[in-house]
Design a binder for this molecule. Structure first.
Ligand SMILES: [Zn+2]
Length: 256
């Protein structure tokens, strides 16, 4: 089996085994096969029990072109676009979220994308305090694995509209902070993590979920103390170094 397929299956099973991350057909994972090709989970399949045939090989050129357009597409047009993007016409239907995966995988240093609907993260993202969770930081390791700040995307219909919105706000984030968001928070929906390895992605998702659980608990105890922005900047400035060290460990056995 192709190594990328093995890596994606392992990532899917790891995320799906943690039931607070995704149940039923929730969530999806993808990886970059080449400049114009990705592997992505098929629509409606379960992360926990994902099988090799449920990873669909997709060409991304037409998908990226659709994101650049402004006109509204019908659901049927989007469905046809996804089906015709498959490299093998006998393959399963790719996830409806293939469009945002394709765009994120076209960014520098992004080789893997994971998206889940975690309980604690969604407790925050369904609350009035979602923006704070994106901008402020609670724990040093949250800075290291999730980035100094996350991108928050207001609720948008999943599919083409959501992918276009993610592209628009991620570009603004990139322009402002000179970096690609490592974690993207989708209001009333879930979280996306990008990374150059599956370990980056799973660590970012797990750390965001932990920080969200701590945020909810601390708020219930009468008050939440965020890290000082200067403390966040100090950790962020060493984060790349820290990252490289952590990633030297074999996958699944290091600190992440
Ligand atoms: Zn989703």
């Amino acid at each position: 089996m192709h190594r990328l397929r093995e890596q994606l299956l392992a990532l899917a099973h790891e995320l799906g085994d943690k039931r607070q991350m995704a149940i039923c057909g929730e969530g999806n994972i993808s990886g970059q096969l080449g400049p114009d090709r990705i592997l992505i989970k098929a629509s409606g399949t379960s992360l926990r029990t994902l099988r090799p045939e449920a990873l669909v090989e997709v060409r991304t050129r037409a998908l990226l072109q659709a994101l650049r357009e402004e006109r509204a597409w019908t659901d049927q047009e989007v469905e046809d676009l996804l089906m015709s993007a498959r490299c093998d016409s006998a393959a399963l239907k790719p996830s409806v979220e293939t469009l945002f995966h394709a765009w994120l995988l076209s960014l520098p240093n992004v080789r893997f994308v994971g998206h889940v609907h975690p309980i604690a993260t969604n407790q925050v993202l369904a609350s009035a305090r979602a923006a704070e969770f994106a901008i402020r930081r609670i724990l040093p390791d949250q800075v290291v694995y999730c980035g100094a700040r996350s991108l928050l995307v207001p609720y948008v219909d999943p599919g083409l509209a959501l992918a276009r919105r993610i592209r628009e706000v991620a570009r603004a984030f990139q322009g402002r902070y000179r970096t690609i968001p490592r974690t993207i928070l989708l209001q009333n929906h879930g979280i996306i993590a990008t990374g150059s390895t599956p370990a980056h992605v799973s660590a970012a998702l797990a750390m965001a979920e932990k920080a969200a659980a701590i945020m909810v608990g601390a708020a219930a105890l009468g008050g939440l103390r965020y890290m000082d922005p200067k403390e966040v900047d100090r950790i962020a400035s060493r984060a790349d170094e820290h990252y490289r060290r952590a990633m030297l460990q074999p996958e699944g056995r290091g600190k992440v």
